[in-house]
Design a protein around this ligand. Structure first.
Ligand code: NAP
Length: 474
């Protein structure tokens, strides 16, 4: 079994303490992972801080080349990277390969963005008294960025932070989720091979509470880019003071199914959007509102689709659904199902334990709006399907949430689509698709309690820069 090391200042460093990393599916110990202490975090910040100049002053084409090399290395080592992912977070292997492919593309987008950090000219003579001036802006890196990532897309969500940070000329301290440190070490190795100067990227692993607080409160850190839960996001925001903060948080994404002709398309996409990676996706479909005229047919087809999913070992090629990240999530989900049923909901499918590590795809209906399944984020293979009789009611229900990350609507009416686009309270609206659809260059980020700021490579690269204004007097 491998004993991993921290990556600080371009060196692989042993820690004083380690923890056992267990596969969520087999529960076997798969690696020993260093628990960074206060001194390690201090060293990592110092290394990042001392090397801000080297990455800031590196020409954009060289930064782009490094990012491109990482992308190519990932493509060349797709299978190895996918196996690491499957081992640490139980993502079924076929989905793991998709994530690695996406991650390679994300770094490619970042390489392109490194060369497109434009400023603008300001028409100074628009102001009386400034006729003799010529004004323009340049974008400068912020310096040290702390990147804190969750367990569910450990390669691609780290890429959404490392890619733009390096594209913009920043140095980084990365703190991955405790359950998914292997992907972070792996990507650090690829950056090393790709020629990233020492100290520009540092990886510290261990307790989020300890490392997170140290990173978030350190004055040398100029920005915290955080993806994770609402609870931790709130804490990060409270502690960050005047630092720039990006928060990519959770949701309980809704989709509205109007009285559409092509119901099968909506059903197929809803099955995928509700149960992919066991629902552990921030834009997983959790709430489905279906027009009364097609409700029964939808429910029947949707249940059949969910039943056809293969539950099993994440390393099996046929597996669609595997273990939840921690067993405690099963207890929580079971409690939520019981609570909804006690309040009048009907269970249509699932809710059974599998291998002691997951719960079978679960569908409920008539779920009341005050149940946890309506108000909180499930992050599990559980979804409800409720009926509506007019679009205003459906939009109202969809908006009845503390979250607003992405929403979807299937409709054959352009008027209904545009009404939904205008009225749904959400960072992104997918018309004729599930909220779960995302590609990595589009702007992405929530409203309400789903977060602050936008990711999507162009947008996060800009957020990781400071606009400097220059005025020339002739
Ligand atoms: P989490 O428990 O909030 O953890 C996220 C990260 O924060 C981990 O690295 C964690 O470290 C760290 N952390 C824990 N306590 C901290 C503290 N006090 N200060 C700073 N960092 C701390 O989330 P998760 O369970 O890994 O991921 C699931 C959540 O992420 C869901 O809510 C999901 O919706 C959200 N998510 C959002 C997006 C998006 O783009 N909007 C994408 C993916 C996931 P430890 O693991 O060591 O505790």
């Amino acid at each position: 079994m491998e004993k991993k090391k921290l990556y600080i200042g371009g060196n692989w460093v042993e820690a004083n303490d380690y923890y056992d990393l267990r596969s969520p599916f087999s529960q076997e110990v798969v690696a020993q992972v260093p628990l960074a202490d206060k001194n390690h975090v201090e060293e990592a910040i110092r290394a990042a801080s001392e090397n801000t100049g080297i990455i800031k002053n590196m020409p954009a084409h060289e930064r782009a080349d490094i990012l491109l090399r990482v992308s190519t290395l990932l493509e060349e080592n797709m299978e190895e990277a996918a196996r690491i992912l499957t081992l640490e977070n139980a993502k079924p292997i076929k989905a793991a390969r998709l994530e690695i492919g996406r991650t390679a593309q994300t770094y490619r987008f970042a390489a392109e963005e490194a060369k497109q950090l434009y400023g603008e000219t300001i028409p100074m003579d628009a102001a009386k008294g400034a006729e003799d001036k010529f004004g323009f802006t340049i974008r400068e890196p912020l310096g040290v960025i702390a990147a804190i990532t969750p367990f569910n897309f450990p390669f691609n969500l780290a890429a959404h932070k490392l890619g733009p940070a390096i594209a913009a000329g920043n140095s980084i301290v990365l703190k991955p989720a405790s359950q998914t440190p292997l992907s972070a070490f792996y990507i650090a190795e690829l950056f090393e091979r790709a020629g990233l100067p020492k100290g520009v990227l540092n990886v510290v692993t261990g307790s989020g509470g300890v490392i997170g607080d140290l990173l978030v409160t350190d004055d040398r850190v100029k920005m915290v880019t955080f993806t994770g839960s609402l609870e931790v996001g709130k804490r990060v925001k409270e502690l960050a003071g005047l630092k720039r903060v990006t928060l990519e948080l959770g949701s309980n994404a809704p989709v509205i199914i109007d009285n559409v002709k092509d119901l099968d398309r909506a059903v197929t996409k809803c099955v995928q959007g509700s149960f992919a990676y066991s629902g552990q996706i921030c834009i997983s479909v959790q709430r489905i509102y279906v027009h009364e005229d097609i409700f029964d047919t939808f429910l029947e087809k949707f249940s059949r689709g969910a039943q056809s999913l293969v539950i099993g070992d994440p390393e099996d090629e046929s597996t669609d659904i595997s273990a939840l990240i921690h067993q405690k999530e099963i207890t929580r989900v079971k409690t939520w199902i019981e609570e909804a049923e006690n309040k009048g909901a009907t269970k249509i499918l699932g809710g059974e334990l599998y291998n002691n590590t997951t719960i079978t795809p679960t569908i409920l209906t008539n779920v009341p709006s005050d149940s946890s399944l309506c108000t909180l984020e499930a992050f599990a293979p559980i979804v409800y399907v409720n009926k509506f009789n007019n679009i205003n009611a459906a939009i109202k229900e969809a908006n009845n949430s503390q979250f607003g990350l992405q929403a979807g609507i299937f409709t054959d009416s352009i008027q209904t689509a545009l009404k939904a686009v205008r009225e749904l309270e959400s960072g992104g609206i997918n018309v004729n698709d599930v909220p779960t659809f995302r590609v990595d260059h589009m702007p992405y980020g929530g409203v309400k309690n789903s977060g602050i700021g936008k990711e999507g490579i162009k947008y996060s690269t800009e957020e990781m820069t400071e606009v400097k204004f220059v005025s020339f007097t002739s």
